[in-house]
Design a protein around this ligand. Structure first.
Ligand code: 5RP
Length: 225
């Protein structure tokens, strides 16, 4: 069922694609469905180019014949990506797929950022699950100590023996915030101040539209439905 809901959300996002657009391509299973759909449109003759947010998405886009752009001056017309959690203000947690840094760069460079999710991703408050934070491997334990001093617990993704390495050569620390994240904007600012933090998975005030796949069909929330 979840797969069908994700597919319906991705198909609805495909309706936003117009000829000539530069499109930010997200990462994860839901964003993949959008990219696959975009590949179909390209095969039918639609003229678009994509900015992939991970190596995996870049490989998929290349396989599907979507022209790829990796250097950019100006803005992306439309970016479509998934999310791990979406709160009522459309703030997000992203990065459980490990691509949060490039995903945030793509979203920040976009005129319109559209998030595609199934309804299980909607939460009252962010922090139900872990908050991924990308950190530099150099002296990462000291970074982890500074993060822990903010009152969170954390684990190295993949474990210390075989850590997960991001496309940027960094580590991911998965933070658990007891009681949830009451003020995502303020907490995001605190995280960015920590030396060694490259980027965090809180996407605050970046989302224009969320397309939610639910049993009654996909529903768009936010600006510019
Ligand atoms: C990857 C992400 C993904 O967009 C997020 O994890 C959602 O993935 P999925 O659609 O597979 O549930 O942020 O870094």
């Amino acid at each position: 069922m979840t797969d069908e809901l994700k597919q319906a959300a991705a198909e609805k996002a495909l309706e936003l694609v117009q000829d000539g657009m530069l499109i930010g391509l997200g990462s994860g299973t839901t964003a993949r469905l959008f990219t696959e759909g975009l590949g179909r449109l390209v095969a039918e003759g639609r003229k678009v180019r994509g900015v992939p947010s991970s190596r995996e998405t870049a490989e998929l886009a290349a396989k599907l014949g979507i022209p790829i752009v990796t250097e950019l001056l100006g803005q992306i017309d439309l970016a479509v990506d998934g999310a791990d959690e979406v709160d009522p203000a459309l703030n997000l947690i992203k990065g459980r797929g490990g691509a949060l840094f490039r995903e945030k760069l793509v979203a920040a460079a976009s005129k319109r950022f559209v998030v595609v999710v199934d309804e299980s991703k909607l939460v009252k408050q962010l922090g139900v699950g872990v908050l991924p934070v990308e950190v530099l491997p150099f002296l990462w334990r000291t970074t982890a100590e500074r993060l822990a001093a903010l009152g969170v617990s954390l684990v190295v993704r993949g474990g210390e023996e075989t850590p997960y390495i991001t496309d940027n050569g960094n580590l991911i620390l998965d933070l658990t915030v007891e009681g949830g994240i009451a003020n995502p904007a303020a907490f995001g600012v605190e995280l960015k101040k920590v030396t060694g933090v490259v980027e965090h998975g809180l996407f605050v005030a970046m989302t224009d539209t969320v397309i939610v796949g639910g049993p009654e069909g996909p529903k768009a929330i936010g600006r510019g439905k």
